[in-house]
Design a protein around this ligand. Structure first.
Ligand SMILES: [Zn+2]
Length: 101
């Protein structure tokens, strides 16, 4: 079982059965998992440099779920100290993307 903590979720990968589930951080991972909580996956790529990872949801790896490892300090969820106008632009751009947090 491989575990990855992203900013908002805990990802659990059952590497033997090639299935994974994503648990919101506010949920205890000790909560018993239902069989239906698990989704199959076909590959997991982790970038050791950036902490970004991609989960392949189909065999041809055309459907990918992307997220980032949460690290301390975290550039993805830590408050960013830039001026207000720039922050507004960033959040607008991010809002158009699916949140895989
Ligand atoms: Zn984070």
């Amino acid at each position: 079982m491989e575990r990855i903590d992203s900013c908002h979720s805990i990802w659990l990968f059952d590497t033997e059965r090639m299935r994974f589930r994503r648990v919101p951080k506010e949920t205890s991972i000790d909560t018993p998992a239902l069989e239906s909580d698990w989704e199959p996956y076909y590959g997991l790529e982790i970038s050791p440099d950036s902490g970004a990872f991609a989960v392949a949801l189909n065999q041809s790896r055309t459907r990918l779920l992307r997220s980032w490892r949460h690290t301390e300090p975290c550039e993805h969820c830590a408050p960013v100290t830039v001026d207000v106008d720039a922050t507004g632009e960033v959040s607008l751009a991010e809002a158009s993307e699916p949140n895989t947090g």
